[in-house]
Design a protein around this ligand. Structure first.
Ligand code: ZN
Length: 255
């Protein structure tokens, strides 16, 4: 048994906009994944690594996932380039108990759609809306330390209807200057794993430098940490008690 009690976090980033768009590179010179990882690294209770699309196996080898307690996922341009066998591996780990934090445009990622079993579609607009995120579940661990609401002065708008199964818990609802609302912080369980979707994080805005956004992601990592790891199995089992004789048993064995 390892004596390392830290939560092992893998921050996954697509890392394409930063190489193509100088505006994004200026906001996130080390990449968006490093901006997401940096405040997590300040917590001695977390062991944080990053992984990106263009690494072998997208940086998500079986060995990396084996050591990952919570995975965060930001993608946008290249959802289709993520290999299906890697998605299957990530999905299996979630069902075994790994936490998954799905960020912004990863609403359309293969992994989120696979786990939700729904379209995950939404309305959107890039027009410098202000976003006001209402804290609708202040007792939730993901909302710890936040006020009634917080604001991001400029963000992309996402609007309802959002094609998701009804969340187990709704933590944030966003309002935008243009008038729309959106379920911007929501949780689900899939198998033994916990999933949190968090809406803000468009690449051309400094959202991941915002302290409230950083606090939510940090809270979510702690909330999503696994309490078990249970591999999928469907065992044939012996009865705990003695059973009455089954007169049909001999006949069934003929089949
Ligand atoms: Zn966006």
């Amino acid at each position: 048994m390892s004596t390392d009690q830290r939560i092992h976090v893998t921050v996954w980033g697509e890392f394409r906009h930063e190489k193509q768009n100088p505006q994004v590179a200026a906001l996130y010179p080390q990449g968006m994944h490093e901006a997401i990882a940096a405040p997590l690294r300040a917590d001695a209770g977390l062991a944080v690594r990053t992984a990106t699309l263009d690494e072998p196996e997208h940086g998500l080898s079986a060995a990396v996932l084996d050591q990952t307690d919570v995975l965060t996922w930001w993608g946008h341009l290249a959802h289709a380039e993520v290999r299906d066998e890697v998605i299957a591996r990530v999905r299996t780990r979630v069902l075994e108990g790994m936490g998954l934090i799905v960020l912004h445009s990863a609403h359309y990622s293969k992994i989120f759609r696979a786990l939700m079993g729904d379209t995950c579609s939404l309305k959107w607009r890039e027009a410098n809306d202000k976003e006001r995120l209402w804290n609708v579940c202040p007792s939730h661990p993901i909302a710890a330390g936040l006020g009634d609401y917080f604001e991001l002065p400029t963000e992309e708008m996402y609007g309802e209807p959002f094609g998701i199964p009804t969340p187990d818990e709704l933590v944030f609802i966003s309002w935008f200057t243009g008038g729309e609302v959106f379920r911007s912080g929501a949780t689900w369980r899939r198998g033994h794993g916990r999933i949190f979707y968090f809406r803000p994080g468009h690449e051309t805005y400094p959202t991941y430098h915002d302290q409230n956004v950083q606090r939510v992601i940090h809270n979510a990592v702690h909330w999503a940490r696994p309490s078990v790891r249970i591999r999928d199995d469907a065992p044939n089992v012996k009865a705990l008690e003695s059973l009455p004789a089954d007169p049909d048993a001999a006949r069934r064995h003929e089949h």
